[in-house]
Write a protein that binds this ligand. Structure first.
Ligand code: HEM
Ligand SMILES: *[C@@H]1O[C@H](CO)[C@@H](O)[C@H](O)[C@H]1NC(C)=O
Ligand SMILES: *[C@@H]1O[C@H](CO)[C@@H](O)[C@H](O)[C@H]1NC(C)=O
Ligand SMILES: *[C@@H]1O[C@H](CO)[C@@H](O)[C@H](O)[C@H]1NC(C)=O
Ligand SMILES: *[C@@H]1O[C@H](CO)[C@@H](O)[C@H](O)[C@H]1NC(C)=O
Ligand SMILES: *[C@@H]1O[C@H](CO)[C@@H](O)[C@H](O)[C@H]1NC(C)=O
Ligand SMILES: *[C@@H]1O[C@H](CO)[C@@H](O)[C@H](O)[C@H]1NC(C)=O
Ligand SMILES: *[C@@H]1O[C@H](CO)[C@@H](O)[C@H](O)[C@H]1NC(C)=O
Length: 369
């Protein structure tokens, strides 16, 4: 394996580093009676909700659901705890900000160039291979407008950390989801080699595409209708800048800082929030007879969306690879922040949300001045 020697080196370098600046002691002591404690529902008396509600949340009993490298079970995953911290701390600073949302979109634009048709012809196809942060021309394509900043930030990491571009880019994607409160814990696989080629053009969807063309493009990427509709829910934490520059910074739902299903309800039924911008493609998918039922499935239904999104994003993050040749390092992934426990009268409470972020993302937050 081309990267194994450098991975070992990276693990030595990372473990030799003094505590990076984003690592600091958790300041919020565990108190099961604290009314702002977002967890505690699992009844283990430590005040944390360590329950495994989505089938995939670590019960560490250490209060913040963050797996530590000292508890690594797969030696091949050891270096990736440091990579996790470099991305979640050094880049996202523990929050659902512009870098996190851009990393999620980047994961789609990297992997979404995969094509069953090209593969069948034996022609070069895209893959979840990190070519977006490896080939300097891809990010200059119009379809990738807005991704320049995150590409510039991630591009040096493969050389710095001795990890392949595909592993860096797709770890950033799954960690970007998790950085957004409510975002599920998508399986994190590593072991991708160097990208084989520059991704082909013309595969990615466009907001002007009619629904049948969108369906055809996603089918060629190997996604079902249901997976496509689950995946575009990533717009829950998205903003637009280039579709309507006059409304630069407007978001796709009224709750851009959380990973919830409001995107589905608001896109289907409208919203009075003037800051919300809807893509024609999202509105068409919400209303078209061929996709409407799948779209409506997720309205007020976070559990179903969680499950479908996790599966679809995992599929996306491994497109072009034989999964059995990759390594499952999901063990590095922190627990998801559960929105249910932060919701009062149907709205996520900002004070509870911040308390949960302080608690479950503590090691990566930058102290506010
Ligand atoms: C029908 C398919 C899709 C279309 C037409 C589409 C189109 C777009 C457009 C036009 C933007 C705004 C770019 C800008 O003006 O800055 C955007 C943003 C975004 N998209 Fe999509 N998208 C699609 C599917 C997806 C999928 C499958 C994902 C991820 C799983 C995704 C994730 C995002 C994210 C996170 C943003 C926000 C980026 C940011 O705030 O910086 N999109 N998308
Ligand atoms: C969130 O917590 C609620 C209440 O404890 C639980 O019913 C739900 O399944 C949890 N959801 C997730 C995604 O963990
Ligand atoms: C993780 O390892 C530490 C020692 O390094 C130990 O004290 C702790 O109990 C372990 N946690 C789990 C969940 O195994
Ligand atoms: C809705 O879907 C039908 C076929 O499924 C298609 O002919 C039509 O163009 C679609 N409408 C939009 C707005 O995409
Ligand atoms: C959007 O606004 C930001 C800052 O307000 C600016 O840096 C950026 O260039 C603007 N982008 C577009 C496409 O207008
Ligand atoms: C995937 O890899 C495994 C193990 O190397 C191999 O047995 C299997 O045939 C491969 N599957 C495909 C579709 O190439
Ligand atoms: C990857 O490992 C996690 C446990 O760390 C497990 O829950 C998950 O099912 C595994 N994923 C696959 C696709 O095998
Ligand atoms: C929730 O809404 C009900 C009815 O609108 C109201 O009586 C109650 O005070 C609200 N609770 C909180 C905590 O805001």
């Amino acid at each position: 394996m081309r990267f194994s020697a450098s991975l070992l080196l990276a693990s030595l370098v990372l473990s030799a580093l003094a505590k990076p600046y984003w690592r600091r002691q958790e300041t919020d002591p565990t108190d099961p009676t604290d009314p702002t404690d977002p967890g505690g529902a699992d009844g283990d008396g430590d005040g944390d909700d360590d329950t495994d509600a989505d089938g995939n949340v670590p019960n560490l009993g250490d209060g913040n659901g963050i797996p530590d490298v000292s508890n690594a079970t797969n030696p091949q995953c050891v270096p990736f705890y440091g990579v996790r911290d470099a991305i979640l701390g050094g880049i996202f600073q523990g929050r659902c900000g512009d870098s996190a949302r851009a990393a999620v979109r980047l994961a789609f634009h990297d992997a979404g160039t995969f094509s069953l048709a090209l593969q069948a012809l034996g022609d070069p196809t895209g893959a979840a291979d990190g070519s977006m942060i490896w080939d300097p021309t891809e990010v200059t394509r119009t379809e990738n407008n807005g991704l320049q900043t995150i590409v510039g930030i991630l591009a040096p990491l493969p050389a710095q950390l001795g990890v392949s571009p595909g592993d860096i880019l797709h770890l950033a994607g799954v960690l970007g989801v998790l950085a957004c409160p409510g975002g599920p814990r998508v399986d994190a696989f590593v072991g991708r080699g160097l990208p084989l080629n520059t991704a082909p053009t013309g595969r990615l969807p466009n907001p002007d595409d009619p629904v049948p063309l969108l369906l055809a493009k996603f089918a060629d990427m190997s996604f079902s209708v249901r997976s496509m509709v689950a995946l575009i829910g990533a717009h829950t934490s998205g903003k637009q800048r280039f579709v309507d520059p006059a409304r630069n910074g407007s978001s796709f739902d009224s709750t851009v800082d959380v990973w919830d299903v409001d995107f589905y309800g608001e896109t289907a039924h409208g919203t009075s929030d003037p800051n919300v911008f809807m893509l024609d493609s999202d509105v068409n998918i919400a209303g078209n007879a061929s996709t409407k039922a799948e779209f409506h499935r997720y309205i007020h239904n976070q559990p179903d969306w969680d499950e479908d999104y996790r599966a679809a994003h995992f599929q996306m993050s491994t497109l072009g690879y034989n999964v059995t040749t990759l390594i499952n390092c999901t063990e590095i992934m922190p627990a998801s922040i559960n929105l249910t426990t932060l919701t009062i009268n149907g709205t996520v409470d900002p004070t509870l949300l911040e308390a949960a972020t302080q608690k479950y993302r503590a090691p990566w937050l930058v102290p506010s001045s």
